[in-house]
Design a protein. Structure first.
Length: 362
């Protein structure tokens, strides 16, 4: 059984290169169930490069899902197609993939089976992303309108309190006017934060995502110098892209800072960890548009996880899982990422929370 890929399988002129145009994940194997080709969709789905798997046994990619090996042997023997449902495939430390798999016999010199994989939750995810997009747009419009409505009377209240303070002689009454002024200033600062993403111009330039990550890393370690490790896991081949560097620094910093605050107990114990991980995703749909390449940035921590009661609402404004939190950090991060035509999602279980940012690449 050969243990290395043929030149045809990895060459740009391969007869299978057209499969890269498909959005679904396709894997081609020979009679010995050795991988002869993966399209870009498969690389993206399984988060592994074609170069590492060509010439390797299929088991290295899929493991040993119950019943799949027997079904593949039967397809080879009888030349019949096969469809397997709800196949679970483990990807390293990531959550298992739940897939439907269609096996189609083919008859070429080097390939005997074509395997097509579809994530079971793909359609649900697309529908959910679309719903969230509409909901986020409505939230932003509501916040902007509400902030403007609050801003004008707030200025009047503060001005009236200042005038009243000048007139009263009682020290006790002056304390009351100071409370009014202080609270008006606090609300003004909150309104300014709500309106900030809509006020600041979008300053576009060349962005190196690893410079962004390094800046965030230095800021977090400066604030939390002991008990916290901020690890790097970078794909240095990711190209620069056009974007607003300061906005992206703020977005990643808001997420990483939330993570560091959630890690308070682990920081005290000395085993707190945040990981900044970058990868390239292929054939990605973002905001209903298909992109050949996208940045895949993960910010992961080993904290207690997001409370289940707010897990589906973490990007809503004024929702916070921490006492004293403003609930605006993630809302602003989401706004900045969306201004780069990207998406931000979150997965959280006790012991691991991951925020995933995807932004189109040139």
């Amino acid at each position: 059984m050969p243990s290395h890929p043929t030149h045809a399988a990895s060459s740009p002129s391969s007869p299978f290169a057209g499969l890269d145009l498909l959005s679904s994940a396709v894997v081609l194997v020979d009679a010995g169930l050795v991988i002869r080709y993966l399209n870009a969709g498969a690389e993206n789905l399984f988060a592994i490069s074609r170069r590492k798997l060509l010439g390797q046994p299929l088991e290295r990619l899929l493991g040993s899902p119950p019943g799949l090996a027997a079904a593949l042997d039967n397809a080879l023997r009888t030349n019949w197609s096969y469809t397997g449902q709800d196949i679970s495939v483990q990807r390293g430390d990531a959550e298992p993939l739940r897939l439907d798999c269609t096996v189609t016999p083919v008859d070429t010199a080097s390939v005997r089976l074509l395997l097509e994989f579809r994530p079971i939750d793909a359609q649900l995810r697309v529908a959910r992303e679309e719903q969230l997009l509409h909901q986020q747009q409505a939230n932003r419009e509501l916040i902007r309108n509400l902030a403007h409505e609050i801003k004008n009377p707030l200025g009047g209240i503060r001005g009236a309190a200042q005038l009243l303070q000048m007139e009263v002689e009682s020290r006790g009454l002056t304390e009351y006017t100071q409370v009014i002024i202080h609270e008006a200033d606090r609300l003004q600062a909150l309104v300014d934060r709500l309106l900030a993403p809509h006020r600041k111009p979008h300053v576009v330039g060349d962005v190196n995502i690893h410079e962004v990550c390094e800046r965030v890393r230095s800021l977090i370690l400066a604030e939390f110098p002991r008990g916290l490790r901020v690890e790097r896991d970078y794909d240095t081949s990711i190209p620069e892209f056009r974007g607003d560097r300061e906005q992206l620094i703020q977005a990643v910093l808001n997420i990483a800072h939330n993570a560091a605050q959630a890690l308070a107990d682990r920081i005290e114990a000395g085993d707190a960890r945040i990981v900044l991980r970058t990868r390239v995703a292929r054939q990605v749909t973002l905001a209903k548009r298909r992109w050949r390449l996208a940045l895949d940035l993960h910010i992961e921590d080993n904290g207690p996880g997001i409370p289940e009661s707010i897990r589906d609402r973490v990007f809503y404004p004024l929702v916070s899982g921490r006492d004293g939190g403003s609930g605006l950090g993630l809302t602003l991060a989401q706004t900045f990422v969306q201004q780069h035509h990207g998406t931000i999602t979150c997965e959280s279980v006790p012991g691991r929370t991951t925020f995933m940012i995807q932004i189109p690449l040139p």
